[in-house]
Design a protein around this ligand. Structure first.
Ligand code: HEC
Ligand code: HEC
Length: 187
């Protein structure tokens, strides 16, 4: 299975994943029970407006079991690379939105300072909109952001490389909480 990773990487890195939004919309019918617009379910990420190359890469990792999400294993079974590209194109084309969060200025300020110190924007770009395989972090659920950051820190998740595991090395729970709050409350 690991042998498939170079193929996955090549597919996600090819300049423009050729996804078909209309086909993607039909396929997405089985996804929106959990990934509905506005991401209403706890710990379930918003996919709307997410970077297309990131979505495609994660879908390949999820389908191959290289990223282990048991609730999604059945959903992706039997889907071809083209289907995954179509799904990625569809979700990328949706307007980004996530549940509104009540701002806590103290946690925001702490999160902003940490993000500067840890260089989060250097990869996730200005405004944290992401680029290619680097995900968009704004308009994302706060609980999901915090859970992902803990998973990287605790080596329970890694992507095509270990850059996030390195970024989160020894970051405390309280700091993760502040980072997630700051990211989830971007203007
Ligand atoms: C039964 C609920 C459920 C269904 C159905 C489902 N998902 Fe998910 N999905 C989840 C959960 C929960 C996660 C977060 C897993 C984690 O914490 O790592 C997730 C994660 C993802 C991610 C990773 C996003 C990120 O920001 O890291 C992608 C991409 C994704 N799902 C796409 C899909 C697609 C496309 C479909 C339909 C083919 C689908 N999902 C169907 C529950 C579901
Ligand atoms: C060296 C580049 C780099 C730096 C620095 C970096 N990231 Fe990332 N980040 C990535 C990449 C690449 C991914 C996708 C990894 C994967 O495939 O799981 C990612 C994934 C994430 C995710 C998962 C989002 C999702 O939808 O699943 C979160 C949250 C995140 N980063 C937050 C941060 C924060 C907060 C910081 C600063 C502490 C940071 N990142 C620093 C490159 C970086």
């Amino acid at each position: 299975m690991v042998a498939l990773l170079p193929i996955a990487t090549a597919a996600a890195q090819s300049k423009d994943p050729q996804g078909d939004i209309t086909r993607g919309k039909a396929l997405a019918a089985s996804c929106v029970a959990c990934h509905a617009p506005g991401a209403p379910l706890p710990l379930t990420p918003s996919l709307d407006g997410q970077q297309e190359a990131f979505l495609l890469l994660q879908l390949i990792l999820l389908r191959e079991g290289l990223r282990d999400v048991p609730v999604m294993a059945g959903t992706l079974k039997g889907l071809k690379d083209q289907d995954l590209a179509d799904l990625a194109a569809y979700f990328n084309a949706q307007p980004p939105r996530a549940p509104a969060v009540k701002r806590d200025e103290e946690r925001r300020a702490r999160g902003a300072a940490l993000s500067r110190k840890l260089g989060c924007g250097s990869c996730h770009m200005s405004g944290y909109v992401g680029q290619r395989q680097v995900p968009r972090l704004t308009d994302q659920r706060e609980d999901y952001l915090a859970a992902s950051l803990k998973a990287y820190r605790d080596d329970k998740r890694s992507g095509i490389d270990t850059s996030m595991n390195a970024a989160m090395y020894k970051v405390s729970d309280a700091d993760i909480d502040a980072l997630a709050h700051y990211l989830a409350t971007q203007p």
